[in-house]
Structures are given as structure tokens and as C-alpha cells.
Design a binder for this molecule. Sequence first.
Ligand code: ADP
Ligand code: MG
Length: 323
Amino acid sequence: MQGEFALIARYFTRPVRRAALGVGDDCALLELAAGQQLAISTDTLNAGVHFFADADPTSLGHKALAVNLSDLAACGATPLAFTLALTLPGVDDAWLTAFSQGLWALAEQHAMDLIGGDTTRGPLAINITVLGSVANGQALLRSGAAVGDDVWVSGTLGDARLALGLLRQEWPPSVRLTQEQQRLTLERLHRPTPRLALGQALHGVASSVIDLSDGLLGDLTHVLVASQLAATLDVAQLPASAMLQAVPQELRQQCQLSGGDDYELLFSCPPAQRHRLAALSQQLQLPLTRIGTMTAWQPDRPRINLTGQVSAGAASWQSFAHF
Ligand code: ADP
Ligand code: MG
């Protein structure tokens, strides 16, 4: 697009620290340390689908990178670099300034280089590919869970879904949040924190890991299919923020079980690791909650069994988690 090179130079070029060559040539170059594998993941955010077109651009810059970093976290990888493919309806300097600030702030926090990308004209869309490193054969996968393993989750569940409902004004009057609670809830949707330190600490501890982007039931099902297992979840144990605790039970469970955009880690561990996880939770200042158990799967039986005080709505959703 017109002015493409000035735009790239102004907003998306900074000296690289980890890469051998960054923005400006036909390819970027990246060297890996001996014994390391490259972990690669890509995600696109489309205006009108993944965010509102008038969303705050600083938060958008943060989130576009954060959702990709969450995938690296789920593999236990260490971030190295990323590429950025931007589709823009036009050149809006105020928007680009704010967007790039949000993006760089998170990139700097993880000492990542922006090493290249593409800039085109069209409806607003942001595609990022992240590159990370992980010791040969040590990446954490979805497929390693075993019968009897505990199911764990980091942080709290359902806040992003609660925030989406606030923005869409879809909650009944019984959902009452203070101004401060609303602010914190929206922050969870707009500025998710990728759990990189946790992912890296789960090497040798977790038997399977996934990050929660589409909702607990759906993402757990991915792990169960990959590991050829079923699971029992105790809904009474699902962690809820102070905000979500103020919400009626049925809505709360809906947000926790099927709300997307949480970007917490869901992982399985043998019960022998419980002490270690308690210590890790302290060390990282991050709640880690045991929410269920891996069980044997039988064909034609549901993948996920819910126990505890399951609301009527929640009970009906588990029948979807079949395949
Ligand atoms: P080519 O036509 O060879 O693919 P481009 O003209 O698209 O190269 O881009 C020129 C340089 O700028 C390349 O190094 C490319 O990786 C980089 N680049 C393009 N768009 C972006 C962007 N949005 N962010 C970072 N780097 C970019
Ligand atoms: Mg190009």
C-alpha cells in the first residue's frame, strides 16, 4: 500500500537483540541455540469478528501479541521473535501510534524482536506469527495425559465472557458490578496475560497442556481427544474472580465452562505433583486450581462428566462435548 515503507520504518522497526537480521530485507534470520527446537504459532484477529472495529488500539496491540504468546506458553516455549501482517483500511497515525505502543510494551516485556511482516490495504485485520524455542523433544503437548491425572487450571475462568456480555448488554439486571469490578472485568478481555512463566515451569511436571482460548469444555475436549481419555470436572471447584462470584450461579457456570478468551493454561499432572504445584502457585503468585480428574474413555460415552452443583444450563452443554 502507499506509504508502506515509511509506515513500517516509523512504527514497526526497532533494533533486534535476538535475531541475526530483522525488518528490511527479503527474509529475517534467526539462529537457534544447539539442542533447541523452534516453536511456531500464528493467530489472526479480524475486526468485527474478534474485536469491535472501534476497540482501543493500545489494548488491541497488546492482545494481538498476547493471544499468540499464550500458545507459546502452552508449549512451554521461550519467546524469541514475531512477525506482523497488518491489513489496514488506511493510514491513521493516531491509531498506529497507539497500536504499536501496546504491541511493543508486551514485546519488550518478553525481550522479543519484531523481525518482519507484511502491510496491505483492506478491512482491519492483524495476523501475528510467534517464534519461540524449546529444548529438543521437550515441548508440552495435548496428547500426554493419563488416567488418574489431576486436571488443573491457572487463574480464574469466565471473566472475558462476562466482559463480552457487559459490552453487548446481554446480562439480566441481577448481574450487578461496581464501576471498579467492570473495569477489572473488561481488562481481562482486552489485556489478557499470557502465562509464559507457568508454561516454562511445567516441564517435567505436566503430562499435557493447552491454553484456553475457546472455552473450558471445548479446549478440554481437544486434550481428551488427543490423549484418548475422558474427564470428570467438579464445577464447584472452578475458580471464579470476585467479579464472577457476584454473578448468579447459572450465568457464572456458563461463563466458566464455555466462555472464550481466558488465555489461562489448562493442564494435567499426576497426583504426586500436588505439592510442587502448590509451591509453584506461591512462587508465581498465580492461583492454580485442581478442577477434575482424567478417566478412561469409552466410545459413545461423553468425554466430560460434570459433578458438583451443576446448573440446568451447564448440564445440557456437556452433551455437546461428545466427539
Ligand atoms: P517483500 O515485498 O519483499 O515481501 P515488503 O515490501 O512486504 O517485502 O516488506 C519490506 C520489509 O518490511 C520486509 O522485511 C518485511 O518483513 C517488513 N515488513 C512489512 N510489513 C511489516 C510490518 N507490518 N511489521 C514489521 N515488518 C514489516
Ligand atoms: Mg510483502
